[in-house]
Design a protein around this ligand. Sequence first.
Ligand SMILES: Nc1ncnc2c1ncn2[C@@H]1O[C@H](COP(=O)(O)OP(=O)(O)O)[C@@H](O)[C@H]1O
Ligand SMILES: [Mg+2]
Length: 268
Amino acid sequence: MTSPVLADPAPPDEGGDVLVLQSVCAAYGPYRALFDVSFTVPKGGIVALVGSNGAGKTTVARTVTGLVTASVGTVLFCGRDVTRLPAYKIARLGMAHVVEGRGVFSSLTVEENLTLAFRQRAGRRLLAGNLERAYTAFPILGERRRQFAGTLSGGQQRLLSLAKVLVVPPQVLVADELSLGLAPVVVDAVYDGLREINRNGTALIVVEQQVSRVLELANKAVVLDRGSVAYQGDPAGAGEAVESLMARREAATASAVGHGDDIDDLTS
Ligand SMILES: Nc1ncnc2c1ncn2[C@@H]1O[C@H](COP(=O)(O)OP(=O)(O)O)[C@@H](O)[C@H]1O
Ligand SMILES: [Mg+2]
């Protein structure tokens, strides 16, 4: 006799990965931005997604969250194929996205920003308790709850965008360039916020152009170069991968400049 539990097993674990990208290509019209991007995000893990400006980091973020649809390849989220799902459906499955820039409504107060997010995610009934939780995790937001978000410092705005996801911990949070333009001490606070969210069980994809700090936070690194994965694995090896890419890029630029000189000589 088969027990009902055994007859109805849990979905397969996909090797403990919450997110899997398989040979993903993406384009903006005729412009191809991603080429065969494959990597995995372990459950509860922290993946640093690094690379120079224009490498395709934001496009990867948009592809996994559904804002850009992969032209080729597959995105699996908790074992489910979400490649062609719209962003709002992927969000409902437990994917949160803190976009580049500040990701808050500047003409609303801190509390109005949180209320909007929490009502959407957790319903009106739980609102008061959820606001309290957010202010406990980020006391500075409690102090400034009646202030317009647009008048907060850049770092406080990033904290506000992180606080929005604390209430219903997502399976995955994609955070795009959170530290851009922030003073180092403020970046510390933002990274503490990320750690807190990760402690609640959320896996993170942390996109950064500045590599050193994110590599300390992460337990896996993916280095992108011109739309392709140049390295993935231990964060300890990623710094070296980035440096060698930069050296190669500089050598290529130097040789292109040399080539340009030749052209100038011919035309002068
Ligand atoms: N909306 C867009 N339309 C056309 N090209 C874009 C768009 N967004 C990004 N790109 C191009 O795609 C490439 C990757 O960009 P992006 O993913 O933003 O890189 P990163 O976040 O690593 O700086 C770049 O060459 C960029 O110019
Ligand atoms: Mg970007």
